[in-house]
Ligand binder design. Structure first.
Ligand code: NAP
Ligand code: MG
Length: 494
């Protein structure tokens, strides 16, 4: 068993706070900084360099130079593999420090940060490291007097712009396949959670990833993020975040150099429960975990429970009974299942959405309030609202907090219609004793990831991403490599 971090009196890790450009930590040219805070206490953790367009240009220039000189792209694939595997090992070796940094910076429980985030980040770099020397090009089946090679080449400079809910994992899902294909990368982490990304860049350097190949520019979205989106020498953007900001990146691309844009955006997952489920307690466990895990700050959070009206009251009562187990605690307490939401501002947005939902006619079953106010931190009680109108804001908009909206249905046709009735199409789940019926529903969901009689199953080998306004392109699996490579056809007459 892994040694756990004690809940109190932890010495703070020594945070990296400067931008990482061309293999070195450097301050923003302007000298400006922004605050990295602990959302569980409101305390200042560090002042972090606020990069703007000038710094982004420095990072992109370094990335371009590293790429054109072939410092990484021209290595033997087996050497890129060994380096990425070394990087994965370094992440594992430093997992306690990384997990502690993640928890302090964005509020998630330390047990999750250690067992899920740090491990998944390391595993992701190892998986894509292994891919380096296993990806082949093609020979096209042309007429025999010609040879047509289809080569897969790196795109060049890839900018990754990531959210704060799984800072290390979201970065790994993008940076790892981009590096595996031989690209140079500039990563802009979310302003709420920049600290682990900076440490990862340093560890990557220690593992032997050459200077300029992996750069990190902490900063604000409107400055560093926009500068990457508009930069004329960035070849591709890999973005995870809200649908609203994803749309901005499409615009930046159109206004600049038509860089490829890959978007993983928001979600409003429907968790559909048919009347014939054999074990309501198992369903209740899955719903509670689906919406309350990671404080509900999950793009795939089971935020809408669609349940057959015949079993609705029974199921809702069972989920409400489980909600207490998900009451937030001190994120540094190894026993805590939920921690702080990412900021005071986000807490207020969540509470406002709950209040608006009640005004729109939803009935509060449990929760609905801030808790642990005496800590100075931002916490929200696990919340359930029943009688939610499918067209109301509560059921339509992503809240990104521990808030479950319950909607009753009569028959699976109605359930599918409600499930598909939002702008999003990321996750969906169907629970039924009738596996054939469940699979028919699975095919009718407009969603990139569907769970049948399970929820939040996850493996690096499977594609992850959405349909509709949840975005396009896929993270994870071999398919992710497609985003970070271009096809080139080379003809030879024989
Ligand atoms: P966000 O506000 O859209 O921010 C995402 C990233 O974009 C951050 O790095 C942010 O920087 C940057 N950004 C913000 N405004 C920008 C602008 N005007 N121009 C350029 N960049 C800008 O999202 P978030 O609140 O961090 O994360 C939550 C969202 O991520 C949710 O919608 C969630 O569903 C989504 N998400 C999706 C997936 C998926 O795989 N589909 C996975 C996880 C999360 P700042 O932080 O500095 O503003
Ligand atoms: Mg912002």
């Amino acid at each position: 068993m892994t040694k756990m971090v004690a809940p109190s009196a932890q010495p703070l890790p020594s945070f990296r706070t400067l931008a990482f450009i061309d293999g070195a930590f450097v301050p923003a040219m302007s000298g400006r900084t922004f605050r990295a805070e602990n959302p569980a206490t409101g305390a200042l953790l560090a002042e972090v360099s606020a990069c703007d367009a000038v710094d982004v240009d420095r990072a992109v220039t370094a990335a371009r130079r590293a790429f054109e000189e072939g410092r990484w792209a021209s290595l033997r694939p087996v050497d890129r593999k060994r380096t990425l595997l070394r990087f994965a090992e370094l992440i594992r070796a430093h997992r306690e420090e990384l997990a502690l940094t993640e928890t302090l910076n964005m509020g998630k429980p330390i047990t999750d940060a250690l067992r899920i985030d740090a491990r998944a980040a390391a595993d992701c770099f190892a998986y894509y490291g292994e891919c380096c020397d296993k990806i082949y090009g093609e020979v096209a089946p042309t007429t025999p007097d010609q040879l047509a090679l289809v080569l897969r080449e790196p795109v060049g400079v890839v900018a990754c712009v990531t959210p704060w809910n799984f800072p290390m994992v979201m970065a790994a899902w993008k940076v790892a396949p981009a590096l595996a294909m031989g690209n140079s990368v500039v990563l802009k982490p979310a302003e709420q959670s920049p600290l682990t990304a900076l440490r990862l860049a340093e560890l990557a350097h220690e593992a032997g990833i050459p200077a300029g190949v992996f750069n990190v520019v902490p900063g604000l979205g409107e400055e560093a993020g926009q500068a990457l989106g508009l930069h004329m020498d960035v070849d591709a953007i890999a973005f995870t975040g809200s649908t609203e900001v994803g749309k901005l990146f499409m615009g930046y691309s159109a206004q600049s150099n038509l860089k490829r844009v890959h978007l993983e955006c928001g979600g409003k997952t429907a968790f559909v429960v048919a009347h014939d489920v054999p074990d309501l307690d198992a369903v209740a466990e899955a719903v509670a975990g689906g919406i309350f895990f990671n404080q509900g700050e999950m793009c795939t959070a089971a935020s809408r429970l669609l349940v057959d009206n015949r079993i609705r009251a029974d199921l809702v009562a069972r989920i409400a009974a489980l909600a207490t187990q998900w009451m937030p605690g001190d994120p540094l307490d190894p026993a805590a299942r939920a921690g702080a939401v990412v900021s005071r501002e986000h807490q207020q947005r969540i509470l406002a959405a709950i209040a608006q939902g009640q005004k729109d006619g939803a009935r509060l079953v449990t929760g609905g309030a801030a808790v642990r106010e005496e800590t100075g931190g931002a916490f929200v009680a696990p919340t359930i609202l029943d009688d939610v109108c499918p067209s109301s804001a509560l059921a339509q908009q992503e809240i990104f907090g521990p808030v479950l909206s319950v909607i009753g249905f009569d028959g699976l046709d109605e359930a599918v219609e409600i499930a598909n009735g939002t702008i999003y199409g990321l996750g969906a789940s169907i629970w039924s004793a009738d596996l054939a019926a469940a699979h028919k529903v699975a095919r009718r969901f407009k969603a990139g990831i569907v769970y049948v009689n399970c929820f939040d199953a996850d493996d690096i080998t499977t594609p992850f991403g959405g349909m509709k306004q949840s975005g396009f392109g896929r993270d994870k699996s071999l398919h992710a490599l497609e985003k970070y490579s271009d096809l080139k056809t080379v003809w030879t007459r024989l």
